[in-house]
Ligand binder design. Sequence first.
Ligand code: C8R
Length: 256
Amino acid sequence: LGVLAVLLLIVILAVVLGLTLREDSNDLKPTFLNRCQQFQVKNCQHAWEVFQQAYVDKDPCNVSMEAYDPFIEATSFTPSCNRMMFWSKTKDVVHEFTEKKECFQTLEDTVLGSVLDGLTWCGKKGSSETFTTGCPRWTDCINNPVRSFWNRASAAFANVACGNITAMLNGSIATPFDSSSIFASIEVGNLKSDKVNNLNVVLVTQKNVVSNCTNQSFENLKSKLAEGIKFNCKEVPETQIQECGSDPEKACGSCW
Ligand code: C8R
């Protein structure tokens, strides 16, 4: 009987452990905390609590950008002037590059962007929980928790930008500067002319070039830039960016 009791106990423990582990894998909190701890953040638990307050116990279609203000403050970072990298419709090529070479820093390379990159979350009215399924999708409603977060975080990133900044845009689409993107609708307008000297656009091209630096959408970009910020554009093949990223001999400034 004693042996049976021990066996039963082991089975119960295994099931409980299995359930907790499984729950963890679709739970936002452990991912958030794990990623947060990779950075020199004093209190990740505090950051989590402030983050949650933005959307918990709220209608998931009614979360404003401003709701994340306390979280933005809690994770405030010092900008690396001349190294800041913006992007639109080039997520993979940009991050493949910034991961290999420490020349540039995107929002996802900071604690603010890193902890939530690729994740979905929302709350519910009358509940103190965080959900990761059944949340509104990007276009289901404007004021959804994920979209408002990226809007707010991107505004913060652009607000502190300084020196010469770079943006990787996509030359395989007709409108590389797309007014509905976060880069166009939030970031460009938040760049400060007393801090930013130049915006250098790297227009990433593939075999099938659709747009070049004379694209009409760049006139729109220039008109949205604060006076005093200079604009540059260079067409660069994607293969060149990839090769430069993987070549340890190549200096940051000589990739394009
Ligand atoms: N930025 C915006 N969106 C981000 C993001 C980020 O840092 N990180 C992630 N994971 N996302 P897009 P865009 C998610 O059209 O709109 C900042 C969001 O869920 O290719 O111009 C960043 O600083 C969103 O749906 O780009 C960058 O400079 C897509 O990825 C711009 O804003 C972004 O879709 C990019 O935003």
